[in-house]
Design a protein around this ligand. Structure first.
Ligand code: 5GP
Ligand code: ZN
Length: 139
């Protein structure tokens, strides 16, 4: 629990939420301003600012729960698909600095688009091998 963290307060029950799923490590609840019907946030109960702060077990628990939530949302809303994603860092749109996975049900004809509609900076594609090499060297 980190003081003054909105989602820590939601996990602890200090701030009310519409809970949809909970286990030892994870708490899932409705987004208060949903992008579509059923839009759910899946958060670790422990506070982590960034996705890269999570250990292997934390990641496994978080994404196991996200999978369960995805299956429940498909069933509950007869969804045809799902966007499952993390805004990591302020520049990437993260407003609440407590890691969470958005699970957003999608329906045929809903007018929404895919993950590349978030950003499109038209990077140079002439040297994809150079790009890949730069990343490989960073591991
Ligand atoms: P982020 O931009 O950090 O990835 O997503 C934060 C999400 O939290 C937003 O989609 C926003 O609608 C949601 N949110 C913000 N405040 C609250 C709140 O008090 N309760 C709930 N349930 N969701 C919230
Ligand atoms: Zn927190």
């Amino acid at each position: 629990m980190t003081e003054d963290c909105l989602f820590c307060k939601i996990v602890s029950g200090e701030i009310p939420s519409y809970r949809v799923y909970e286990d030892e490590a994870v708490y899932a609840f409705l987004d208060i301003n949903p992008a579509s019907e059923g839009h759910t946030l899946v958060a670790p109960k422990k506070h982590f600012n960034s996705f890269t702060d999570l250990g292997a077990e934390d990641i496994a628990a978080l994404f196991e729960a996200a999978k369960k939530v995805t299956l429940a949302l498909e069933k509950a809303f007869s969804a045809n698909g799902m966007n499952i994603g993390v805004n990591n860092g302020e520049v990437a749109g993260q407003e609440v600095p407590h890691v969470h996975v958005h699970v957003i049900p999608r329906k045929k004809g809903d007018g929404g688009r895919g993950i590349k509609s978030i950003v499109w900076t038209e990077p140079d594609t002439a040297n994809l091998e150079g790009m890949a090499e730069k990343i490989r060297k960073a591991f």
